[in-house]
Write a protein that binds this ligand. Sequence first.
Ligand code: HEM
Length: 610
Amino acid sequence: MQNSTWVASSVVENLIELQHLPRHVTAARVIIVVAFLGLVRLKVTNLSLAIPAVLLAAYHERALYQKDGISTVKYSVLGVLVPWLLTFGYRFVAMRRRCRQLPSVPHSFVLGHVPTMAKETMKFPGDVHDHVIMTHIADTYDLRKHGLFFIDSYPIMSEPLMVILSPDVSAQVLQNQGEQFPKHPVLNESFGRAIGPKGMVGQEGEQWKELRTMFNPGFSQANLLSMVPMMVEETTIFVSRLSKLAAGDGFIENTDSLAAAVTVDIIGQALLGVQFNAQTTSNDLVTSVVRASHLVKTFTNFDIRKLNAWRYLKLRYYEAISNTKITEILSARWTELATAPEKASSSGAIFDIAMAKYMKRGGSLQTGVTKDFLELMRDNVKTFIFAGHDTTSTIITYALWELSRHPKSLRKAREEHDAVLGSDPNEAGERITEDPRLANALPYTTAIVKETLRLWTPAGSVRISPREGTTVVGLDGVTYPADNCMIWSANNCTMKDANIFPSPYEFIPERHIPDQTPFGPIHKNAYRPFEKGPRDCLGQELAMLETRIVLALTLRKFDFKEAYDELDRRLGRTPKEFPVLEKVGGRAYQVLFTAAKGKDGIPMWVSERK
Ligand code: HEM
């Protein structure tokens, strides 16, 4: 605050002086002031603001009074850097004292947990998803017995990170005392421009409850079943794209992109009853939402990329396009529903149902739709596209990849499809369209999807505990302080616990079928790819249904095989070897690309099955 006031007065002072200065000095100052405002807008504060402030002051002194600027620098150091250093020192010592005894990797007073974290991270490629590293650390340093561990990386992160390793500890945070642990603000900071400030993922309290109640009916089993014929139609386009590739050289450069197009098309229809046609053409709305979501790359509150003005401008650009396009669609839907509300139930589109519900309660029916309501709907359309397409495409891609490596599971899935959907794979779509319940009558295929989600979970949950005195009890029975921690329910870690999921890195769909599992029953809180508790995934049934339909229509028609060698050959690259990746996917390891995705979108060979 002190810094900001000082900077503001410097800026004002500069502006007043402008009229007396030579032109080049004026131009330089204007540039500096604009850059300053940009920094403030990007919420880059503290040291990053203090340094340019000192430089500006020195420059000011030199340009205006032909002095060397030293005296101003001295005052600036005293006025800005000394208080900053004192605050930093206090926080530094407090953080190191707080974290040194907590379960974690070895701790150093100077660098906290950073040296060991860095050492372990260096064993992986630079783009590996953080949850892969956390799982590796939990096992390497025998931390699972505590059910959680802490990372003190101050000043990289201003708060301790609590990584949860046990479903019972996750349950305390996400299931039992949900409201005590709201979503971490970093979610809104990271996703803000991509999903809009009113998106459900970042809301709390009454506002969140209202949104959840508004959208729940659209995700009911009955409504989802009514969408099955549409999902089959979109998947048929996916199948014909695969056929075309198989008829060529059979190389799929990026399987995830191919799958993402089908999930986007399904979401467009499911949400708005609109055809995005992402599989067949390019669409400005889809491109802008998807590109904006791919610019989201961080979950820490310290990130140098926040200074990247180019990234920020691109986000603004995509935001403007998607806002305009979605608002156009929503306004048209509103006008149609206002004259014929019954169309909401016949279209089954999730946003039609939500808007009709809102109208029924008298919301702006007479006066027309309000700007606020339109913005609320618009941000949630973006949120749902964002939350629903990448995650689901990742699971489709990993499922095809896992089955290409596990012929026994593939054979069992094909047998199930023969038995339930008829022996001709070309008729499977028709069968499902005639009787959508068949898409829910594929237990082995469901087990495949579940096992893929366990091994390759694409999303977790990040919370904060703002209340003083909040605690969490570890598996070791110790009560740990949780206040002001960033809390990560790292479901990738919990679902790789050998005590809960024996042979945790092996693909064993049978473990999800009680009368086929070679293991005992699964612990009640342990399976959590969609998280658990009041903020669990709203779209989980939709995601399961569409993934099952995609598998039902493709597995008997095609054979797939990993094709990283071919991608390397085409790109003329020689990959570096990382032995540590062996059990976590090898070349198909998870990277952070909005969701946790397979590296390079998992290139594959596809061929028509003989
Ligand atoms: C395989 C696919 C999916 C996975 C693994 C997944 C995973 C998750 C997870 C872990 C959360 C909790 C996040 C948190 O606590 O911060 C979540 C929330 C959410 N998901 Fe999904 N998701 C998937 C697909 C979808 C789809 C298809 C949609 C909708 C079209 C969707 C919409 C949402 C929404 C709206 C929330 C926020 C719920 C709330 O805050 O109450 N998801 N998802």
